[in-house]
Structure formats: structure tokens, C-alpha cells
Design a protein around this ligand. Structure first.
Ligand code: IPE
Length: 246
């Protein structure tokens, strides 16, 4: 199975709250049809979730003096709104998919639902969300990718981002890493992405990627703004960064 994460910075305008990038998502949905085996899709929140989670400090558990109950309601509502928009594009491209939200609690039931959807031959679509397991928290799509890779038969993982891959020096495309092992990735200097990100941006992604390669998957990080890159990565030709077993 191939697990694909559509990054929030690709499917939304990260600097403009609640602006969906319809055309880009539509094209990526069409490219996803190139997969010739089972797929699991994860998407990030971008500006449908990060600003709201930050405003209500949902990544920090219960914080006194903030109406976090309202924050939980608002944040979950906007990520669901984004998910419906993504699902619409996927279905329009001909992908038979159903949503599997991690909300309210990330447990075995969630994994069971993912497996059931896959067993029916459908593509599950899950996403970064707010959780309410005793206290508020945020689960990133990157963490969900890590969970999928460790608990489901995932052979390949593709991160669709808004950069060409992983850069050794932050924001310096000249330092793009083509292929590396998790140890080499660890040694590479990787900076963080932009503001209003409650789930650690690129640094968090690198941590998840290392775990996934240790779980046995091969990981690709590609630029979803460049037409055709997702399609060719699905077919085995990665233009971007590949993280492979040592
Ligand atoms: C974040 O998910 C979820 C919320 C803030 C509710 P991600 O961390 O996977 O989102 P992106 O891809 O960075 O936007």
C-alpha cells in the first residue's frame, strides 16, 4: 500500500485563513489516480486548523483563561470543512474514498476503521485534527502517517509538500537532498517552516520520516506545486528527496 500525505501548505493558502487551493487539489486528485494499488490518504490542516489551534492553544492541553471548549468546536469544524472539500475533489477524480477522522480519540478503533475501509477496497482519507483524550491536543497528519506506516502494510510513503524536498540548509533549494538514509537525514540541518504551525513544521516531519523508514517503508518528499511529480512518484520515479533503508 502507498500512503500519501497532502500537506496543508499545498491544499490551502497557509497565510490566508480558510482559503482552499481548489485547482491544485483537483490536479493532485487526478494525479493520485495513477496509483495502481491500494492507497491511504492523509491531509494536513494548513490555514483550516493551525491558526485556530494556535489561537486557542489546543496543542498545550488545558490552558487556564482560554475558552478552549469553543476552540475545540471551531477547530474541529474547520478541519471537517477542509476534509469535505478534499473529498469532493478526490471523488470527482474517480477515487472511491471515505473519511476516517482521528477525532475524538486516537485508539485501536481508529485503526480498525482504517482497516475496514481498506478491506472494502475503498481509499481511507484521514487528517490532522484536534483530539480530546482527557485534554485537548493536536494530532498532525505527519504523526498519522507514522502510525499508518507502523500499523498497516505500507511499503511506500509520499509527502506532498510546497518545497522540492528536504533541504540540508533551511530554505536553500541548492542544498536539496536527493537520496539519503535516516542517519544521513538526522545529520542534515533542517529548519522549521512558517509561523502558525502547531505541529513543528519540517522538523516534526523529519522525525516522522525517520520512524517510518525504521518501520520498513520507503519515503519520498516531493513538491505538489509542480505538476506531474505526484503522478511520477506514485509510479516509482521520485523527483525530490528519497529516504531509504541503510
Ligand atoms: C495539523 O495537521 C492539524 C491541526 C492543526 C488541527 P498537520 O500538521 O498535518 O497540518 P499541515 O500539513 O502542517 O498543514
Amino acid at each position: 500500500m502507498i500512503a500519501v500525505k497532502l500537506g496543508g501548505a499545498v491544499i490551502t493558502h497557509k497565510e490566508h485563513e480558510r482559503q482552499f487551493r481548489t485547482r491544485v487539489t483537483r490536479r493532485l486528485a487526478r494525479e493520485l489516480t495513477a496509483a495502481d494499488g491500494p492507497l491511504a490518504i492523509v491531509h494536513g490542516a494548513g490555514s483550516f486548523g493551525h491558526p485556530q489551534a494556535m489561537q486557542y492553544q489546543l496543542h498545550r492541553g488545558w490552558v487556564p483563561g482560554i475558552d478552549q471548549r469553543e476552540g475545540i468546536a471551531v477547530t474541529h469544524a474547520v478541519v471537517r470543512d477542509l476534509n469535505l472539500r478534499v473529498m469532493r475533489e478526490l471523488r470527482a477524480a474517480g477515487i472511491a474514498c471515505t473519511a476516517v477522522p482521528p477525532f475524538p480519540v486516537l485508539n485501536e478503533g481508529y485503526l480498525h476503521h482504517l482497516r475496514e475501509v481498506l478491506d472494502l477496497g475503498l481509499t481511507p482519507v484521514t487528517f490532522g485534527d484536534v483530539l480530546i483524550d482527557g485534554q485537548p491536543s493536536i494530532v498532525s497528519g505527519d504523526y498519522l502517517m507514522q502510525l499508518l506506516a507502523s500499523r498497516l502494510p505500507v511499503q511506500r510513503v509520499i509527502f506532498v509538500t510546497n518545497v522540492d524536498g528536504i533541504y540540508a540548509r533551511p530554505y536553500d533549494p541548492a542544498t536539496l537532498i536527493g537520496e539519503c538514509t535516516p542517519a544521513e537525514l538526522e545529520r542534515a540541518l533542517v529548519g522549521d517552516s512558517t509561523a502558525s504551525d502547531v505541529t513543528a513544521g519540517m522538523a516534526g516531519k523529519v522525525k516522522s520520516i525517520k520512524e517510518m523508514v525504521y518501520s520498513g517503508a520507503e519515503v519520498a518528499v516531493i513538491n505538489g506545486n509542480k505538476p506531474g511529480r505526484l503522478r511520477s512518484a506514485l509510479c516509482g520515479t521520485v523527483t525530490g528527496t528519497r529516504v531509504v533503508q541503510p
